[in-house]
Ligand binder design. Structure first.
Ligand code: ADP
Ligand code: MG
Length: 526
């Protein structure tokens, strides 16, 4: 799909429509209104190493068009039933060829509007080995949505439409304003939190949008980087951007941004990656330094530095996390912990709880322990019959505003979310699991969707323990959350009441005890 969209863009299309069946396995059809191909070119286009995009040797080094290797159509022709139909503006009819597993099996004139349509059927049907390597259809579909979104952000003046079976997944009207397209792709809430950026030095210029710190994500998949209009992924640039946000973002959160960089073509080498998604720079340190500076300046111009300082002073740590909210409201029964022994608690490195009792020192991993607690509670809810579930009715139903990709993810995971106690009618949420009653329900669900979207789905099926472990992990206190004494106690007490409490759901220990004899032995006090 990516290669076919590139071809349509290279042909100056202003409208690109993508139709998928079975996430593309059964059929991919891409229709554009670009300048098309002559009859002769249609006949040649699918043969190996044919391209109309290299005029001379110089082109090979400073590539301005998206395609140039002449491999997309020939590769598809070899592994599918491929139909190419195209009509250039100067002829009244189009020409159509069908190639099945590498050989031409049909060619004829065809009536069609100006442009090109490429249809791929039975992809990899003769190559079961290759087909096996495809991800499940829902995952492939999500990747495809990602690809379309990337192009859509980069080319706002092109209309993009994507449908799956009978359903239109997205349909973005053409626009002159990039921010409108951002709104199409990311939704109105997100787009209102972006600030425009436009900066340049003598060699490199950057434009686009960066998110205010409160619009952040646990993954880097909403970071869009384009170099000379080409979508790339580049860790060095992503790190430079994150660096500019400094302490405005927790270390595990990533800023959203859409960055268009232009550099002299001679300074970039796009040929290091087969899909041209990674690049090499003549001087990457220089490029990254410039980008960091651009971002830092833009944030400062929007007063985001000061916002940051006051935000830090009030202390986000725990109040920011779900556990913080839940634990604060809990009255603790200390007696249930370690009988009547007097207990001393200490939080070490915002990571471990150190507990001393009469005959032992315990070191508890706060995240591992809380994860196990939530996991066991979720599991209990999960196996309950529907009517007995511990649900929390939201005071007011919440309407979720979802992007196309998020809706697909939500649909995929709806059965699971319902089984643990989320109640949703379409995109209106009315109940959450009682366990999460103190959590901001919208934030929790959006966080789940965001994480599920980034591919935990490859290993996890809807009903597995692994999935529950993941949900528990997301809601548990984190390493780095500051805990008050009663909150630590709550974790310790709860931990003692759930089964399998020696390890977290991923198998790491929750607590390590050092008996006094062992300690004595260590100090040679025998
Ligand atoms: P490349 O894009 O690297 O040249 P492809 O195999 O993707 O190689 O395409 C081969 C050729 O077919 C292109 O060079 C172009 O001339 C033509 N072509 C492919 N798709 C289109 C399209 N949508 N509109 C016009 N011409 C196209
Ligand atoms: Mg191409």
């Amino acid at each position: 799909v990516k290669e076919l969209i590139e071809n349509a863009i290279d042909a100056s299309a202003t409208e690109i429509k993508i139709y998928l069946e079975d996430a593309g396995l059964k059929k991919i059809l891409i229709v554009d209104n670009g300048y098309g191909m002559s009859k002769e070119d249609v006949g040649e286009s699918w043969k190996p190493h044919t391209t109309s995009k290299i005029a001379d040797e110089h082109d090979l080094h400073s590539i301005k068009s998206l395609g140039f290797r002449g491999e997309a159509l020939s590769s598809l022709a070899a592994v599918s039933t491929l139909t190419i139909q195209s009509r250039p503006p100067e002829t009244r009819t189009g020409f159509s060829v069908t190639i099945k597993d590498g050989s031409l099996c049909q060619s004829s004139e065809v009536g069609m509007p100006m442009g090109t349509s490429i249809q791929v059927e039975q992809l990899f049907s003769r190559l079961p080995g290759r087909k096996k390597f495809l991800k499940p259809p829902q995952v492939e579909l999500r990747h495809t949505i990602d690809v379309v979104n990337h192009f859509a952000l980069s080319y706002p003046s092109i209309r993009f439409m994507l449908s799956h079976g009978k359903k239109t997944i997205l349909d973005y009207p053409p626009t002159d304003a990039r921010i409108d397209r951002i709104e199409h792709v990311m939704g109105p809430t997100a787009s209102s939190l972006f600030i425009p950026l436009s900066k340049s030095t003598s060699y490199i210029s950057a434009s686009g949008y960066i998110a205010k710190p409160q619009l952040n994500a646990t993954s880097q998949n909403k970071q869009y980087i384009f170099i000379n209009s080409r979508k790339v992924s580049d860790k060095r640039i992503a790190t430079a951007v994150k660096g500019a946000y400094g302490t405005m973002l927790e270390s595990t959160r990533y800023p959203l941004f859409i960055l268009f960089l232009s550099l002299p073509f001679e300074m970039v080498d796009v040929n290091v990656h087969p899909r041209k998604e990674q690049v090499d720079f003549l001087n990457s340190a220089f490029v990254c330094q410039a980008i960091k500076q651009f971002i830092a300046e833009t944030l400062a111009e929007n007063n985001l530095i000061f916002e940051n300082l006051s935000w830090k002073r009030t202390g986000v740590g725990l109040s920011n996390s779900y556990a913080g909210k839940v634990l604060k409201n809990t009255v603790l029964d200390t007696e249930s912990f370690s009988g009547n022994e007097k207990v001393t608690l200490l939080q070490f490195q915002k990571l471990y709880i150190i507990v001393s009792s009469k005959s032992e020192i315990f070191i508890v991993d706060q995240h591992a322990a809380h994860e196990r607690i939530l996991f066991e509670k979720l599991k209990k809810e999960f196996i309950k019959q529907k009517e007995k579930k511990a649900l929390f009715k939201l005071p007011k139903p919440i309407a979720l505003k979802l992007s196309a990709a998020e809706s697909v993810t939500l649909n995929e995971y709806l059965p699971l979310l319902q089984r643990i106690g989320f109640v949703l009618q379409s995109t209106i949420m009315t109940h959450v699991p009682l366990l999460f009653q103190d959590r901001d329900p919208r934030e929790l669900l959006m966080r789940y969707l965001e994480d599920l979207e980034q591919g935990h789905t490859n290993v996890v099926d809807n009903a597995s323990e692994e999935m529950l472990a993941f949900l528990a992990c997301r809601a548990a206190v984190k390493a780095g959350d500051e805990l008050a004494e009663y909150q630590m106690k709550k974790i310790l007490v709860d931990l003692e009441t759930v089964p399998n409490n020696a390890t977290c759901p991923h198998g790491r220990p929750t607590r390590i005890g050092i008996p006094i004899d062992q300690l004595n032995a260590l100090f040679k006090r025998t």
